[in-house]
Design a protein around this ligand. Sequence first.
Ligand code: SF4
Ligand code: SF4
Length: 362
Amino acid sequence: MRASLRGHLARAVRGGRVSTLLRAGARAAFARFDRSLPGPLGGPLLATFAVTYRCPLRCAMCDLPARAGDELPDAELPRWIDAIAALRPAGLGFTGGEPLARRATLPALERSVGHGLVTHLNTSGVPVDDRTADRLAAVGLASINVSIDHASPAAHDATRGRDGAFDAALDAVRRLAAARAARGASFRLHVVQAVDRDSLESVAALERTVRAAGADALSLLPVHTFPATPPTAPWPVRPELPSALRDVPLENSRAYLRGIAPFLAGARTPGACSAPRTGLFVDPRGRVFACTPAATTRGAGLAATPETLAAVVRSGRLGETVPEGRCDRCWWNCHRELDVAIGRRPKAASAGARDLLSSRAR
Ligand code: SF4
Ligand code: SF4
């Protein structure tokens, strides 16, 4: 089992949140079997709130900063968080853009933690100075991800469109680790590397660098391009673990890691992702989607308000927000890892896909 999942379970037990655990277990069971029902029985397991698309970086693979514009007013964020919390997801992740580019994000994190939600933050690390690190360590987060794409500072800066981005991200890891120790906080601190075929060779070196800086682990996500190019190859019968990853301790499951090389080679990924039934993504304008890729591929999403959110989610219409043909070019970490964790089998998948998704080597 992945260390972060073990950590979340242990925190729930220590915090006496047995009902949360039971609910998450029941929803995972529903998610595994409920695809033939008209709507999600269990409600979302993974909720994500993109509080802004503003961002100080200009990554080559991302157009979100160019889409920054209208945002929910600060005064509405608490109502949205309350509405998401009322759906009782197992966890709520804050993302962007760069979520820390918005001052209202810190109070929003506090409100999420106050609801007892397993609360997670994604950041580029650029806005994390000593004061911000200390405030984040005091919030009671379950986990923080900092994005670093390459062991070479120059290569990371080139991808991220800003000189000094690597140093800023690594400094953020050091600051967060120091603030965690000073506060006696317990959040997991991960670095997420968006890998392509060239940067796979840099994984081992980056893993050593970020662990030395105080991160608990390195986690991988293959680079997704939007719009996605059509798949050009079938999924292999038994995907191989890339040799560059064989001896590197990583946060991902082995099953997920074995899918990275075929994905980067353009293979059609196995279908039947559970995100339309287990995911919920709220964008900065309050449009809702099943998953992050559905929102980032410029789908229209569904209109909702805090008052109608529950009805929209339970209508079973979140699946409509995933653009046609998107899922066969998607190997998004959170949802595909969730499917591995709950043992969900792909519908009408190849033997290779069944093998991949049923394999839980760690
Ligand atoms: S840091 Fe994230 S949101 Fe900002 S440009 Fe890069 S990928 Fe996009
Ligand atoms: S495969 Fe990707 S795009 Fe499709 S529903 Fe799952 S996370 Fe969303």
